[in-house]
Design a protein around this ligand. Structure first.
Ligand SMILES: [Zn+2]
Ligand SMILES: [Zn+2]
Length: 468
């Protein structure tokens, strides 16, 4: 076989299926020709509504994808999975064991949300998929163990396959993985969402550091420098102090959090602060969906790389569960902590509804602890100066911000400096930058141009196909 035939066999075309260079609906096609067509993730945009929130799945010919690999159960990576599966009925779907358990209730909740929005906003195309369809589709999913080679047929430890994959713990939320695809001796590695530092429950990522030819990496925090002397312990201490001050004024604390990941991390952290008497033993509230995911965290505690495998979130911490019926006559009580979704305070979610009460009183606090889209209600509130007004829900109009609003960086994403160090250590031939807003992408691009001049750095435009 001639050299040109060889390189043709080993070539791969990456198509960015997102609709914009941002943290939206993640999905990427890797086309290895006759060796396989693989889609990495199929997310839904956290803010856009209707089919505009989907990746560009229409670019994929019907029944043309053989393999779907899911990095983790967050909505921006799995929200469109049922639609991708509908278009590719023979595709096999692989994920980690924890993602297998977390993604199903997440998607059923997504159907609920779409049905509600259909009624409230008259979005005719909702729901984009149904509970019944989902029940059928999940039967195809296969959970695959980490740090083990898998064939595209779902067999472990395959022999001489041209294309195989392997999952590595990404340290972001329970079940999150980075995915290494080995194709005829070359390795393509997709980070998914990654964290290189320990959180309260999750341990830092364990990623491969050599022999990666093409690296596809998230860039979430590219525009946020790591503050001088940043430690997680210092953030915990600052939050505990701010909570004490709030309680001393007779106030309560609202923390808008994602139901999956952040809720469990914060529950554990607050539990340790209460146990060590750093905080009083006051009630902690979580939402119904947060409770469902906490149950899965508890069920898998002994089978994952989680810290404190014996800590049972629901039994040991015993958070109170807030359901929809309790929202009508809601008043925040002194010393109570509300870990309530959504993290971005999307309209009609509990955190948005509760915020009305918090905003109106200077004794209360709203604390943010993670990423939020700058244009989401949470993003707008974070950017509002005390005393200025903010519109969290069009129906209520602009409201003055009287409560204390603060941000505590309990990130589940790698600091940009840590991620850059990882890229430089791996030294891929090609580095593909995804999952970041334009300033975040630009920072990585500039740093790599200076620190790794030989590396080909690519920011694929939405819909763009690139031969690698
Ligand atoms: Zn994520
Ligand atoms: Zn993400």
């Amino acid at each position: 076989m001639s050299f040109s035939d060889q390189s043709k066999i080993r070539s791969m075309i990456l198509t960015n299926l997102t609709r914009a260079n941002e943290i939206g609906a993640n999905s990427y096609l890797l086309d290895f020709g006759a060796d396989g067509r693989v889609v990495l993730d199929a997310g839904m945009h956290p803010r856009s509504e209707g089919s505009g929130g989907l990746p560009q799945l229409e670019r994929l010919r019907f029944d043309s994808v053989g393999t779907i690999l899911v990095s983790h159960a967050h909505h921006d990576h799995t929200g469109a999975l049922p639609l991708l599966m509908r278009d590719h009925p023979r595709a096999r779907v692989f994920m980690s064991e924890a993602t297998y358990f977390l993604a199903e209730p997440l998607l059923h909740n997504s159907v609920q949300v779409m049905l509600k929005q259909k009624a409230e906003k008259g979005i005719a195309e909702y729901p984009l998929f149904t509970h019944r369809e989902l029940d059928q589709l999940v039967k195809v999913w296969q959970a695959c163990g980490l740090e083990r080679e898998w064939s595209l047929n779902g067999y472990p430890d395959p022999g001489n396959e041209p294309l195989t994959f392997r999952f590595h713990d990404a340290g972001h939320i329970l079940g999150s993985v980075g995915t290494a695809l080995t194709h005829r001796g070359r390795t393509i590695f997709y980070t998914g969402d990654v964290n290189f530092a320990d959180q309260t429950l999750m341990r830092a990522a364990e990623f491969p550091r050599e022999k990666i030819d093409v690296l596809i990496t998230e860039t979430t925090r590219g525009a946020q420098p790591k503050p001088e002397g940043f430690t997680r312990e210092a953030v915990v201490e600052r939050m505990a102090l701010a909570m004490e001050e709030t309680f001393a004024k007779g106030g309560a604390v609202l923390m808008p959090v994602f139901a999956m990941g952040k809720t469990q991390e914060l529950l554990a952290q607050l539990h340790f602060l209460q146990k060590s008497r750093r905080l009083p033993q006051t009630p902690i509230y979580i939402g119904g969906l947060g409770r469902s995911f906490s149950e899965i965290y508890d069920r898998l505690a002994g089978r994952t790389r989680r810290k404190y495998p014996k800590l049972n979130l629901l039994d040991d911490i015993a958070p109170q569960v807030m359901d929809g019926r309790r929202t009508r006559d809601f008043t925040a009580k002194k010393g109570h902590i509300y870990l309530i979704s959504s993290g971005m305070m999307t309209e009609h979610t509990l955190s948005n509804i509760f915020a009305q009460e918090f905003l109106a009183h200077d004794r209360h606090s709203i604390f943010f602890v993670g990423y939020c889209d700058p244009e989401s209600p949470a993003g707008l509130l974070r950017a509002t100066k005390p005393g200025d007004s903010v519109t969290l829900n069009a129906a209520y109009g602009a409201q003055p911000v009287r409560c204390r609003v603060e941000y505590f960086d309990f990130t589940a994403h790698a600091q940009r400096e840590d991620l850059l160090r990882y890229i430089l250590e791996v030294k891929p031939r090609v580095c593909v930058l995804v999952h970041g807003d334009p300033p975040a992408l630009a920072w990585f691009q500039q740093e790599l141009a200076v620190q790794a001049p030989g590396m080909k750095v690519v920011i694929p435009a939405p819909g763009e196909a690139i031969e690698l």
